[in-house]
Ligand binder design. Sequence first.
Ligand code: FES
Ligand code: FES
Length: 178
Amino acid sequence: MPLNVTINGELADVSHIDPDTPLLWALRDHLGLVGTKYGCGIAQCGACTVWLDGSPARACQLPLGQLEGRSITTVEGLAGDALHPVQQAWVEHDVAQCGYCQAGQIMSAAALLARNPAPSEEDIDRAMAGNICRCGTYVRIRKAIQSASSAIHSGVAFFDPGEPGLEASPVDSMEVSL
Ligand code: FES
Ligand code: FES
């Protein structure tokens, strides 16, 4: 049975993949999109965070067969012609340490700024609470998000929020575990 999912703006025929396969493994093992990482596999770490119809979701908990007609954005699809402001801020603040959690962190941060371009520290902490970093880069993550927010507001960074769902909270959307 045909199974069509839009991935990073392009319709992908994933009919050849077992529909019970979680999206994370479909991305990494079948589609060559290895930016999204496996951390825990049980919706606890956020390393596998992608956007599902514009809201952050955990790819390890999304069976492919339930994604017909849905739109997925991975970290590979975040940048346009230039780095996304969040990615740029990540570079400027040298956020990554081992880097393993960072794709998920960036996807959550970019989704936050799409729905709230001027988040408070509390907003940031709340939005990022589901993304664990074993290297403890949390202070740099917060600074980078604030920096990206400032760049967006000052016009230094062009920011097209694209399709992110403005209504869903990260917590709610991550509970779209299907
Ligand atoms: S791999 Fe940890 S939440 Fe998905
Ligand atoms: S940078 Fe190492 S786990 Fe986050």
